[in-house]
Design a protein around this ligand. Structure first.
Ligand SMILES: [Zn+2]
Length: 335
């Protein structure tokens, strides 16, 4: 009898120790865009790779307007506990998949939600034949919008991982402070260019929020979505504007073909004018590669500011003390 009890106790102990040693299944999170995956990574910190398995779908240089989810993307989303995406139809080919996933009870969170709810999106745009009178999806380019997105995403992540709500909230608070510092620096940097030259000409219309946050006029050659091809009339209209405003430089984006902007330059040149194309691209809908300065939201925005200001021939103000990632020296000289 005694032996039996001891054996039973031993078995219980073995069972307990085995179950305690077995790590629990990680929470599976899928992030669509590079921006979404950067934000989730910053908010979760060390939890990524331990308690959370994070899968990022779109890499550097990938255009989210045109990207169609692959079979492995759909499989990853189907197995996920939650999906964090940009929203406002930026991921235009994902809408049907998102609906199907929601019906299966998978959490989907658009990180643009609080920006939309608080009325900071620009409306009245046409994205495609079906998407008329919708919001401009490029909300992240105003760092104040990204602060709101940070707070909202932190809340959604805390619901998913309530035992880590304190660390997620602390990470959000610290990051929002960094975003405020970045915004102040970016406004100062973009103000170095004289007011009459502050016009940003790009391939597609991704920079309305950026221009609004930093006090610049913006003109995109294609519409809000890269699905709209620029026609001859669009090219001629922008070329005429470049000549009229005496604009010295235009910009190509990392995720969009340079052909249309090249065509504008040819049109300006054919009319006897002169305009340059910046030697470095801007990040619009995709950030840089992980590990690069432009692979983080802060680095992406700062690199855009650096490329713009220096392409216009001006110097940048000093990088804020303590703001990470540190701006690499090579961004202070254009080659
Ligand atoms: Zn876009």
């Amino acid at each position: 009898m005694k032996l039996k009890v001891i054996t039973l106790l031993m078995m219980v102990c073995v069972f307990v120790s085995v179950s305690a040693a077995q790590p629990s299944e990680p929470v599976k999170i899928v992030a669509t865009t590079t921006q979404a995956s950067d934000l989730v990574t910053i908010l979760l910190g060390d939890l990524v790779g331990t308690e959370v398995q994070l899968t990022a779908l779109l890499g550097a240089g990938v255009d989210p307007h045109l990207y169609k989810p692959t079979e492995s993307d759909i499989a990853a989303m189907g197995e996920a506990d939650a999906i964090f995406y940009s929203g406002l139809h930026l991921e235009g080919q994902f809408d049907t998949v998102f609906n199907a996933l929601r019906e299966r009870g998978i959490v989907t969170y658009a990180i643009s939600t609080p920006v939309k709810e608080q009325g900071f999106t620009f409306g009245g745009f046409t994205l495609s034949e079906e998407l008329v009178d919708v919001d401009d999806p490029h909300f992240w380019f105003d760092p104040r919008n990204w602060e709101l997105a940070t707070a909202g995403t932190a809340e959604a992540l805390s619901e998913l991982l309530p035992q880590h709500a304190d660390s997620i909230s602390a990470n959000a608070e610290a990051y929002i402070g960094d975003l405020q510092t970045l915004h102040v620096w970016a406004v100062e940097a973009m103000s170095v260019v004289p007011e009459d030259q502050r016009v940003l000409i790009t391939s597609h219309d991704a920079f309305n929020y950026f221009g609004d946050a930093l006090g610049w006029e913006v003109r995109g050659l294609q519409g809000l979505s890269t699905q709209d091809e620029a026609g001859v009339a669009d090219i001629q209209a922008i070329a005429a504007y470049v000549v009229e405003r005496n604009i010295s430089v235009m910009f190509v984006e990392s995720s969009v073909s340079p052909d249309a902007i090249e065509a504008v330059r040819e049109s300006v040149t054919a009319g006897g004018g002169r305009v340059a194309i910046a030697p470095r691209h801007l990040f619009s809908d995709a950030m840089g590669a992980p590990g690069d300065f432009g692979g983080t939201y802060i680095g992406m925005l700062a690199e855009n500011v650096s490329v713009i200001v220096m392409s216009f021939g001006y110097d940048l103000p000093a990088w804020p003390d303590g703001l990470l990632p540190e701006m690499p020296q090579e961004l202070l000289t254009l080659e």
